[in-house]
Design a protein around this ligand. Structure first.
Ligand code: BGC
Length: 456
């Protein structure tokens, strides 16, 4: 069966059901990424009580050790995916998720909870790179932008669901269930991966052309298959191996991936995603007003990501990245201005601050959010794709960790005005860099992109 996606003036692109299903199942990894990073803020309130009142530092450890685990997970997963394949790597990641979330849910002591958060982090880091990698190689070029970005959509949905579950379970204080519910998508991902095919590009690189041909028959129109096998074989014969990562031809692309990663984080998204309720409470909002604003922010994040999924293959990556980043700068400036009169916001100023945050999040969701994960799945040569994505992904988690642990200190040092102007300024720097350096990849096959970007 074919699903028909209308594509403006271009001929309709058929998305085979198998392709859409593969992308959707694999994107469960994104759902887990979002859920596990989002759930902790609400759960902590109750974890704290059960373990006899944890110090602020001990609470921070529960949050940030996941990010440390993610750096390590991202570091390992790329090499593993290049060596044993994308499919088993995703299945192992799902199994690690199951172990981690069950350990967190059943933990007898605080130290075991920390171990569980590191284990979950390993899986989050691994999923964050292997999911876009796998989807990018399975789906046809004309719909790759939207389908790879189902991963980002799943991340945002996971964050929103975690807020709602935290909120729904807050009357019982059942933090074990808050953590444990993630076992359901993790088990679904594991079972789903048993039935998925291996990435055809990875198979061709291993010389397993017949198996690749069988997979490609399920996911491509027949006319393109032999051509694709020939092209993929040709590009995978061109490079020398992992040393290639630092070669003259790949280094500039590595810089693009790493800087996109760092800019995605240092422009402040997770200070909003992780800290918005405390920020708003600090600015004088009541508990439920702060939580409501947070849920609305999460919903805007999901809604605008849907728009991005729809637009990425129509208008391209660059226009969305550039306009989204400009929008983020506007949003941050509005929020900073609302704090000019002092840190306590009332009446119209409180509304202006929230509007600024919503513009910021919506703009991130339409550009830098999905485009970072999409581009790192597109711009690297096949032979080192996993390893190169690992480097960019590690940079993302590393920058996330640094911003997350230093934000509250920054806030008390320079206040809301200073912090938000700083993010606004960094966003403008990012915009200038993206304008000059980020390539357009819309509509081309991964082999064409490789031929255009990597000059050997
Ligand atoms: C980022 C995460 C962020 C999320 C928010 C992702 O693209 O990598 O750090 O929490 O978007 O939607």
């Amino acid at each position: 069966m074919m699903l028909i996606a209308k594509r403006g003036a271009e001929p309709a692109a058929r998305i085979r059901r198998h392709v859409a299903l593969s992308a959707a199942i694999t994107a469960l990894g994104g759902l887990l990424f979002g859920y596990d990073t989002g759930v902790v803020s609400g759960a902590l309130l109750f974890v704290k009580k059960d373990f006899g009142g944890l110090s602020e530092f001990r609470q921070e450890l529960v949050t940030s050790l996941l990010l440390v685990g993610a750096v390590v997970g991202a570091l390992t997963a790329g090499r593993v995916a290049d060596r044993i394949g994308r499919r088993p790597t995703t299945a192992i990641t799902a199994a690690v998720f199951v172990v981690g979330v069950l350990l967190a849910a059943l933990t007898p002591t605080y130290p075991v909870l920390l171990v569980a958060r590191i284990v979950i982090g390993l899986a989050v880091g691994s999923a964050s790179m292997v999911v876009p990698l796998y989807i990018g190689e399975v789906v046809p070029p004309r719909v790759r932008g939207g389908l790879v970005s189902l991963n980002q959509l799943a991340i945002t949905a996971g964050i929103l669901v975690s807020y709602l579950i935290d909120y729904g379970l807050s009357s019982t204080g059942n933090w074990r269930l808050m953590f444990g519910l993630a076992a359901i998508p993790a088990i679904a991902l594991f079972i789903g991966m048993i039935f998925q095919a291996e990435s055809p590009h990875w198979l061709i690189r291993q010389g397993r052309d017949d198996e690749a041909r069988t997979v490609l028959r399920r996911v491509r129109d027949s006319g393109d298959i032999e051509e694709e096998i020939r092209e993929v074989r040709e590009v995978s014969e061109r490079q020398a191996g992992v040393r290639e990562l630092v070669s003259r031809s790949v280094r500039p692309l590595l810089a693009v991936g790493v800087l996109l990663a760092v800019f995605q984080q240092i422009t402040g998204i997770n200070t909003v995603i992780y800290y918005a309720p405390s920020l708003l409470q600090g600015a004088g909002f009541g508990n439920s007003a702060a939580l409501l604003a947070n849920v609305v922010n999460g919903a805007v994040n999901v809604g605008m990501t849907i728009v991005a999924v729809w637009l990425l293959d129509r208008v391209g990556r660059r226009p969305l990245l550039l306009s989204g980043t400009a929008g983020m700068a506007v949003g941050m400036t509005i929020t900073a201005l609302s704090f000019l009169g002092g840190s306590h916001l009332t009446g119209a100023l409180a509304i202006v601050a929230v509007i600024g945050l919503l513009i910021y999040t919506g703009s991130f969701a339409i550009g830098l959010g999905p485009v970072f994960w999409l581009l790192i799945a597109e711009i690297y040569p096949l032979k080192i794709r996993g390893a190169a994505m690992s480097v960019a992904t590690m940079a993302n988690w590393g920058a996330n960790f640094i911003v997350t642990i230093s934000f509250l200190t920054l806030l008390s040092a320079v206040g809301g005005v200073g912090a938000f102007f700083l993010f606004g300024f960094l966003t403008l720097v990012a915009l200038g860099y993206f304008w000059r350096k980020v390539p357009e990849t819309k509509g081309r096959s991964l082999q064409q992109i490789e031929r255009d970007l990597v000059h050997v």
